[in-house]
Design a protein around this ligand. Structure first.
Ligand code: SF4
Ligand code: SF4
Length: 481
């Protein structure tokens, strides 16, 4: 909030502090300590729970203390108000290609017109579709692997064993319940291992099972459309949310499941009775405190690893840091589970320590609801490539005009009829859901490059304006005959 000053080596917190405790988390010297100031109203719109002074904003600059009342200080917007930011509306005449590039062939060298440039009428407008099978060396796949199982550190290399150890990609960010892998890309495809990488990617696209190794991480077996296998373990279900989200989603079930519930998770581990959802339901705070860096009440960051929920905890009770016995009476129940409910353990306090016990029907009911909400785990792929280079020359003698028209929405690019997402900025870089591309319509040439069907669809007027190969136009009716 800009309220911390340092003068004469003294740290001072000035007026305007909202008690978000961020400084406590980041200060290497541990100089910050706060007492909740009950005079200031608390914002309960997120787990930070800011205490906001009169006439000021909370940490996210959204909620405001207006004479003691916390309000969202903004105006609700209609869709029409933001429509112009979204760009021009889709033109139904050019939404779909007249034909696809599947089976169209390639013209080489690139400056020659694409194999098929066809014209037809849509919505009473002359429409042109240019199709080709484009060989793309700037290409690869991103794999989405639905699992919480630990695979390794982000940025680590991915190898395949083919006549030695071949570097074919890297482990990217972890998304919500999934790990993302990048395989291929021009730098790998043109490296000494490039042909091996291309072959493995092609096998994946063909639906074959491939075995990959992550540097200092897991060995994985992947098949498109099937559950992943991580270190020999088949992952059946993907998470419903992080440990905190699970706590928030299922709080009413957790309330009855046990006196304390811990959701072990490599993203955020949830401690129910401390979590705002437990407090909201007036659940009595237990005497259990857990390991990890506290983010906000009831939400903790644990180390990642091969343990429960993608943490490094292999014995669930090891997550407990301290027990205040005055608030953990004999007979107290404790449920520890992963976000998927796959692994769980139920305990009761007996003779001063937690001992494993039979779960109550309420605990089993919560676990059943949790498991039923988790979707099946899957391996899916998007194909990532760029048609910003020579792949434009078959459309026009003036490629920059084509690129501009694509970004202006006047030319629609499709991949075997499937609509890709085109990245903003220069060039025509896209990702497309491989599941939507007809099976068998992607080929591999040993340059190495992947050959994919591409269609550019636009009005005849746009085609002329971007310098399209007018002389190569054929009538769609004649072509269909
Ligand atoms: S609690 Fe938040 S607002 Fe207050 S000094 Fe620390 S970081 Fe700044
Ligand atoms: S929503 Fe914003 S103001 Fe409210 S507690 Fe969270 S960070 Fe603070």
């Amino acid at each position: 909030m800009g309220v911390i000053t340092i003068e004469d080596k003294k740290v001072r917190v000035n007026d305007g502090c909202v008690d978000c405790k961020t400084c406590m988390k980041v200060c290497p010297e541990g100089v910050f300590m706060f007492q909740a100031d009950d005079e200031r109203p608390m914002c309960d719109a997120c787990p930070v729970m800011c205490r906001i002074p009169d006439g000021a904003f909370g940490a996210c600059k959204r909620y405001f203390n207006e004479k003691g009342r916390i309000v969202r200080k903004a105006r609700l917007h209609t869709y029409e108000e933001i429509e112009d930011i979204l760009g021009p509306k889709d033109d139904p005449a050019i939404e779909k290609p007249l034909i696809t590039g599947i089976g169209s062939g390639t013209t080489y060298p690139d400056f020659r017109p694409s194999p098929f440039i066809v014209m037809g009428k849509r919505e009473g407008i002359d429409v042109v579709t240019v199709v080709t099978e484009a060989p793309l060396s700037y290409s690869g796949i991103k794999l989405k692997i639905d699992t919480d199982l630990y695979m390794g550190q982000e940025g680590k290399k991915i190898y395949v064993r083919r006549k030695g150890k071949r570097h074919i990609g890297h482990l990217c960010t972890e998304e919500y319940g999934s790990k993302m892998l990048s395989l291929g890309g021009v730098n790998i495809l043109t490296s000494k291992d490039g042909l091996f990488a291309a072959k493995v990617i092609f096998e994946i696209l063909q639906g074959k099972t491939v075995k990959l190794e992550i540097e200092e991480g897991a060995t994985i077996e992947l098949t498109l459309g099937r559950p992943p296998v991580v270190n020999g373990q088949v992952e059946e279900r993907m998470r419903v949310g992080c440990g905190s989200a699970t706590t928030g989603l299922f709080a009413p079930y957790m309330y009855n499941a046990a006196d304390e519930v811990i959701i072990l998770d490599g993203h955020i581990t949830g401690l129910f009775t401390e979590h705002p959802s437990g407090r909201y339901l007036n659940k009595t705070r237990s005497g259990i405190s857990i390991k990890g860096q506290k983010s906000t009440d009831g939400r903790y960051f644990l180390n990642k690893g091969n343990g429960w929920g993608g943490t490094d905890i292999t014995n669930p009770l090891d997550v407990i840091k301290d027990i205040d016995m005055s608030r953990c009476p004999e007979g107290m129940s404790l449920l520890i589970t992963e976000t998927t409910g796959r692994k769980y353990a139920f305990y009761r306090m007996k003779n001063g320590s937690f001992q494993e016990d039979k779960p109550t029907p309420e605990a089993l009911r919560f676990l059943e609801v949790l498991r039923d909400t988790c979707e099946p785990s899957n391996v899916s792929a998007v194909f990532a490539a760029g048609v910003g280079g020579s792949a434009r020359a078959g459309v026009t003698k003036n490629p920059i005009r084509l690129t501009r028209a694509v970004h202006e929405g006047r030319v629609k690019v499709t991949i075997g009829g499937a609509r890709p997402f085109i990245f903003p900025g220069g060039g025509i870089n896209f990702i497309v859901d491989y599941n939507k591309v007809k099976y068998g319509s992607v080929y591999l040439a040993p340059t190495p490059s992947f050959i994919i069907p591409v269609e550019y669809t636009m009005t005849l007027e746009t085609f002329k304006e971007i310098g399209g190969h007018i002389d190569a136009i054929r009538d769609i009716k004649d072509l269909k005959k």
